[in-house]
Design a binder for this molecule. Structure first.
Ligand code: GLA
Length: 863
């Protein structure tokens, strides 16, 4: 689930009076239908040979021929567009699929997701395509798509409503299947919202089989994609019902989401095969949030796992890199291989995985997948894979196209979050093929200054025959020095032998914290004719610097690393779900905090202190969003010593305050552990908050103001503080105690349907010089709220506005933040913060609570 962009803003100059422009009301995103996470990973019991055999004959027979013999490929609009789907988008996407060559590469389904119909069925009970979004109807779009040699997919729901609240098909299976077939639909994604389920597997089977039977009765071959988010473990029952089934909740374009889904889907290999596939969800390649390395891992692992390949980005504007990743024919061939075997996990330890996918021509695709945060050398003896024994193997890297040979061990130095995929076959004449030489490295975090850090490197020759005249060189950013402190050359390196080298890396004082590349290149001669060869790796080094003097909110200090059980660690909000920025304001036992770190245990957040800090004071507790009552323990570590711990904290308990002495420590680690079965720290759903943590460094006194400082502008302690609405559509305002983050009161606003601006014109200009951000806290029962802020400045009351689209889950809260530098004024007007004449916030979504409209100063300046 996601919002579909921020509301457009309008900037209009107004003289004096405040008859203000209506804000564009952003498309309201659909209600959250975030599937509850599958808490317990089932023990994977491979199906019996008998059930596999019957699957092969029964599965996906539509008109006698097997549907989805290989995993379906195509496009689905949801990941990039959410509810913003239309005939134009689908037709233009079909056009690009064909013109770009992606259709020829196999992407043939163009799938419409949620929000395509009207909110009510027609008089005949049939689903009605939204005539504004689909003026030609679904049938018209199907004709168009078919005319391009492609196929059309639609979306329905095994409940009373779809996830976005459109009509569901529970009880209308026959009619809806018939309608879709009449329109010429070739693929159905069948979702699970509003499912009226008692939660038993029998109920899931009943609901999903009802649609399968209805589809069969249409006589039209329609690929049936079961989308119940893995809740009833469909891999155990859905072979023969659908051709694919989602195994997990919704994917998001961030690394933790990708990593979690891969970890969940990889062990399910025994359940997949021709006509019955595990579906780890649609792809996010091309959407902001993943690095290029991560996007290649996405494509690589989806192909290795024989996953459906559904493009989830806007192909009309996709970059050449995005097109090249989706269009890599060699990786597609691995996904689509007609043997139809999902790659099996050969080994998986400490975040390094080897996966083996046998291919129809006898080759094996071997993936070396590095889920850790640093370069790692991953190796597997060929005998541990399904490859037949041979004196040598040829490896073809499907991303670089480079071919190498190894004697017995398949290996690569794989970048953090990266995946190397080799297509491997036995090789009888290795002489003319370059040997595989890996360059691995290990480097601690770098601190600018004279001490330096140690880099260790290992060059290994995996090829048949020795390499000679080996020389390893390192390339670092300008001003850095990297000096070998042991031998970095070798006259000869035999098969499976390594050269280890240590180096000292010096980073100049004043280097800004961040990531910097260090390149390593091994050059050597190989083969009887001593041909020149080289192998390279890149390490991404992390430079850390200690926080500045004073007391500051820890949530504004950049962490060096963080790990979290569910999605990314959230800053100034609770963990929420798998997505980034999908939590609420941190709330513990009813107390709301606007600052803090939202995690789900087990989690660890690491900060560099450089011995400069003295104290951390923080509240801790289980967030009120937790849906189970599993306790978590909070521990603060100064270097390797636990300096404060909470003991197990339960859901519903009031916040506990921890005070940690950090004197002299180089590192601060905030750790939450769960209390899952086996006491291994694994847990379910114990959303563990570090609430309002404040770090003191550089001799800060306990009474120093906490940075960044905030100045309350309106906190509604004395009533509505004379707030008014700007446009005639109106609305109403009352002081309220139901939601507040400053003092004991906030403001309850009833907005008109299209929203309005609420705020106050000021008799005297307000001086907000030095303000870096304007903020307010909001809580709403609705599913979509725009958070925009406007100010009027100067003698002519020029209207400047901007702000961030803040999509909220129902009944959630957040701080709307607007960077002053993002506020836009009409042409010719400059934002003079010393002359603020009015402050407005835009609210829609019906019943909204807000509080604490405030100005945040740049760090180091007074409020
Ligand atoms: C669910 C599904 C998503 C998408 C949305 C549409 O969340 O899992 O893939 O179809 O519904 O509302």
């Amino acid at each position: 689930m996601r919002g579909s962009g921020r509301g457009a803003f309008i900037a209009v100059a107004l003289a004096g009076a405040i008859s203000l422009p209506g804000a564009a009301v952003a498309a309201v995103p659909p209600p959250a239908a975030v599937p509850p996470p599958t808490a317990v990973r089932p023990a994977v019991v491979p199906p019996s040979a008998a059930s596999r055999a019957s699957a092969a004959t029964e599965a996906g027979t539509g008109g006698g021929r097997m549907l989805a013999r290989t995993p379906p490929m195509g496009f689905n609009n949801w990941n990039a567009f959410g509810c913003d789907v239309s005939e134009t988008l689908i037709k233009e996407t079909a056009d690009v699929l064909v013109s770009s060559g992606l259709a020829a590469a196999g992407y043939k389904y163009v799938n419409i997701d949620d929000c395509w119909s009207l909110r009510d069925r027609g008089p005949d009970g049939r689903l009605v395509p939204d005539p504004v979004k689909f003026p030609s109807g679904i049938a018209g779009v199907a004709d168009y798509v078919h005319g391009k040699g492609l196929k059309l997919g639609i979306y329905g729901d095994a409940g009373t409503k779809t996830c976005a609240g459109y009509p569901g098909s529970l009880g209308s299976e026959e009619l809806d299947a018939r309608t879709w077939a009449d329109w010429g639909v070739d693929y159905l994604k069948y979702d699970n919202c509003y499912n009226q389920s008692d939660g038993t597997r029998e109920d899931f089977i009943r609901r999903y089989t009802a649609m399968k039977a209805a589809l069969d009765r249409t006589g039209r071959p329609i690929v049936y994609a079961i989308c119940e988010w893995g809740q009833s473990q469909p891999w155990l029952w859905a072979t023969g019902v659908g051709q694919l089934w989602r195994v997990s909740g919704d994917i998001s374009p961030n690394w933790p989401s990708l990593r979690t889904i891969i970890a969940h889907n990889a062990p399910l290999a025994p359940y997949a095969g021709p006509g019955h596939w595990n579906d780890p969800d649609m792809m996010e390649i091309g959407n902001p949030g993943l690095t290029e390395t991560e996007q290649r891992t996405h494509m690589s692992m989806w192909a290795m796992m024989a996953a459906p390949l559904l493009i989830g980005t806007d192909l009309r504007t996709a970059s050449a890199t995005t097109m090249a990743i989706y269009g890599n024919r060699e990786i597609i061939a691995i996904d689509q291989d007609r043997l139809g075997v999902q790659g099996a996990v050969v080994s998986d330890s400490d975040g390094l995985m080897v996966m083996d996918k046998p291919l129809a021509n006898g080759d094996h695709a071997i993936a070396l997948y590095n889920a850790t945060d640093s370069l790692a050398t991953i190796s597997v003896p060929a005998v541990d894979t399904g490859l037949r024994r041979a004196g040598a193997y040829r490896l073809r890297d499907v991303w670089t196209g480079r071919a190498t040979q190894v004697r017995s061990t398949i290996s690569a130095a794989v970048p953090a979050h990266g995946t190397v995929v080799y297509r491997v076959r036995p090789l009888s004449h290795p002489a003319g093929v370059a040997p595989a030489v890996t360059v691995g490295a290990n480097l601690a975090t770098l601190i600018p200054g004279p001490t330096g850090a140690t880099l260790t490197t290992t060059v290994t020759n995996r090829g048949v025959g020795a390499i000679s005249r080996l020389r390893l060189t390192a390339r670092a950013p300008e001003g850095w020095t990297v000096t070998a402190t042991s031998a970095s050359t070798r006259r000869r390196l035999d098969t499976d032998a390594s050269m280890d080298t240590t180096w000292t890396v010096l980073v100049p004082e004043g280097t800004v914290a961040g990531s910097y590349p260090i390149g390593l290149t091994a050059s050597y001669a190989w083969g009887p004719r001593r041909r020149a060869g080289s192998s390279a790796s890149e390490i991404v080094s992390t430079v850390v610097t200690a926080p500045g003097d004073g007391r500051r909110h820890l949530s504004t200090v950049p962490a060096v690393t963080s790990t979290n059980a569910r999605g990314p660690v959230e800053f100034d909000q609770s963990n929420g779900g798998e997505g980034d920025r999908d939590g609420s304001l941190i709330t513990i036992g009813g107390t709301v905090y606007t600052r803090g770190l939202g995690t789900t245990a087990p989690s660890e957040i690491v900060y560099y202190l450089g011995g400069r800090c003295s104290r951390l004071v923080t509240d801790v507790g289980i967030d009120d969003e937790a849906t189970t009552t599993i306790p978590a323990t909070f521990t603060i570590h100064a270097d390797d010593t636990a300096v404060a711990t909470s003991g197990p904290v339960s859901a519903g308990a009031a916040p506990t305050t921890l005070t940690a002495d950090l004197t002299g420590a180089s590192w601060l680690r905030l750790v939450t552990t769960g209390s899952g079965a086996g006491g291994d720290g694994t847990t379910t759903n114990d959303h563990a908050d570090w609430a309002a943590p404040v770090l003191s460094c550089g001799g800060a006194g306990p009474d120093d103001a906490v940075q960044p400082a905030e100045r309350a502008l309106f906190s509604f302690e004395s009533g509505t503080e004379d707030w008014v609405f700007a446009n005639p559509e109106g609305g109403s305002m009352t002081q309220s105690t139901a939601f507040h983050t400053e003092g004991g009161h906030g403001l309850r606003v009833l907005t008109p349907a299209s929203g309005n601006w609420f705020g106050k014109a000021l008799a005297e200009p307000l001086d907000l010089t030095g303000t870096a951000r304007l903020k307010f806290d909001v809580k709403t029962a609705a599913t979509g709220t725009t958070g925009e802020i406007a100010v009027q400045v100067g003698a002519d009351w020029s209207w400047c506005q901007g702000g961030r689209w803040a999509w909220t889950n129902p009944n959630s809260s957040r701080t709307v933040v607007e960077d002053v530098e993002d506020i836009e004024c009409p042409a010719g007007i400059t934002l003079d913060l010393s002359q603020v004449r009015a402050v407005w916030v835009f609210l829609n979504g019906g019943d909204v609570h807000i509080d604490n409209v405030r100005a945040e100063s740049a760090v180091g300046t007074a409020p």
